[in-house]
Design a protein around this ligand. Structure first.
Ligand SMILES: Cc1cc2nc3c(=O)[nH]c(=O)nc-3n(C[C@H](O)[C@H](O)[C@H](O)COP(=O)(O)OP(=O)(O)OC[C@H]3O[C@@H](n4cnc5c(N)ncnc54)[C@H](O)[C@@H]3O)c2cc1C
Length: 356
């Protein structure tokens, strides 16, 4: 269980070419074929059907960090980074959230100070996946002159960068999430993302990654459904397969209904995104509602396996724990629900009006 992604990468490179989920969706050029959002989504959910950690590794690499460079980077930055990242010759991470700014990420406190020839970054990050072995990290930091959030491409071996793996996770154990300290980390002018001049510039990208994160939860739910179907056919109690009991059948049906509804909503969102019609609220509605349904689906699967639902040997115990992360990352259920509420009521209740 305590596997790590790093040793697997050379095998992936050798055996699975091209590994399609490593291409940022919709982006063409620099080694990337310009997959449609729907094609990418189906790939990522199929990976998650087997293992949500690998799917999350891909999501961070292609959908967050690479897409950020592809959409907000200069031509020179795309030339320099995207080809090697798309071939998995290099690994990247996306460092936005901080110990004191998780849901409230737009208030992030890592600072970037202008110096001759570049920028000096100071601050802390918490959670960025892949970062312990990333060659490059896309780091969001507040420009001390403008007070706006900017984006920087930081070399994984930069002096002043201290990265420590978060130990003892019970979910997504294969993904290496880290605490990061930046102490006077120098980034040259060439590695500041010219398209990231405020948090607002990142909002569409974050909305899109929410759509894809929800596809991860659909994949998890599908994997659990597959495993339950097999298990209920094989295991007998009271002399008949577990699949013969009506109560178990109803749970299977509820799981299947959830999966179909989740699939249709996500598919619709991909289509809206492809025609540039998806709103931020729609993306958040998908993330919130789908992860909630997926969580229920996976919990039903856990019930159906009885005691074997809580051990890792039958796939479902692990999927159950992994689902908890997807419910929270890319914006928690609650925060996404409030983003939807803001869009439909024109009243934001995300930020309290008075401080305690
Ligand atoms: C496994 C994993 C991988 C991750 N990968 C990355 C990554 O690659 N890069 C990165 O930058 N970040 C990453 N994250 C961070 C992730 O985005 C945050 O964990 C998430 O946004 C929630 O922030 P938090 O954990 O600080 O929770 P908090 O913000 O402390 O929230 C705690 C609880 O309070 C609720 N809450 C907070 N604010 C409100 C509000 N206004 N109204 C109602 N309820 C509220 C939340 O919904 C939650 O239930 C990852 C996290 C995990 C667990």
């Amino acid at each position: 269980m305590e596997n790590e992604v790093a040793p697997i990468i050379p095998k992936v490179r050798e055996n699975v070419k091209p590994w399609i989920t490593l291409f940022p969706p919709s982006f063409q050029g620099h080694g990337c074929p310009g997959l449609s959002a729907t094609a990418y989504a189906i790939c990522i959910s199929e990976v998650a059907r087997v293992d949500a950690s690998i799917a999350s590794f891909c999501l961070v690499q292609s959908c967050l960090a690479m897409l950020c460079i592809a959409q907000l980077g200069s031509e020179a930055q795309k030339d320099k980074y995207l080809l090697s990242l798309s071939k998995l010759h290099k690994v990247c991470a996306y460092a936005m959230t901080e110990p004191d700014y998780g849901s409230d990420a737009s208030s992030l406190n890592t600072v970037a100070r202008k110096v001759p020839g570049g920028w000096v970054l100071n601050g802390r990050k918490r959670w960025p996946g892949n970062s312990s072995f990333a060659d490059v990290l896309v780091v969001l930091a507040r420009n001390t002159s403008t007070n706006q959030v900017n984006g920087f491409i930081v070399n994984g071996g930069s002096p002043g960068l201290k990265i420590s793996k978060i130990e003892n996770k019970v979910s997504m154990r294969m993904v290496q999430n880290c605490d990061i300290e930046l102490e006077n980390v120098f980034v040259s002018d060439d590695d500041r993302l010219p398209g990231a001049n405020s948090f607002q510039d990142l909002v569409n990208l974050l909305a899109f990654s929410r759509v894809m994160a929800a596809w991860v939860s659909i994949g998890i739910a599908e994997g659990v459904y597959d495993a339950c179907q097999r298990y209920l056919g094989d295991r007998k109690q009271f002399g008949v397969p577990l699949a013969a009991f009506q109560l178990n059948q109803e749970k299977l049906v509820r799981m299947l209904g959830n999966i179909q509804a989740m699939w249709l909503l996500r598919w619709r969102l991909c289509k809206l995104h492809s025609s540039s019609k998806m709103t931020i609220g729609q993306a958040s509605l998908g993330k919130a509602w789908i992860t909630k349904q997926a969580r229920e689906t996976v919990a039903l699967g856990r019930e159906l396996l009885g005691g074997n639902g809580i051990v890792t040997d039958f796939h479902i115990g692990k999927a159950f724990c992994d689902m908890e992360t997807v419910y929270t990352y890319e914006g928690s259920y609650e925060v996404n629900a409030l983003i939807v509420a803001r869009e439909i009521t024109s009243i934001s209740s995300i930020r309290p009006t008075s401080r305690l």
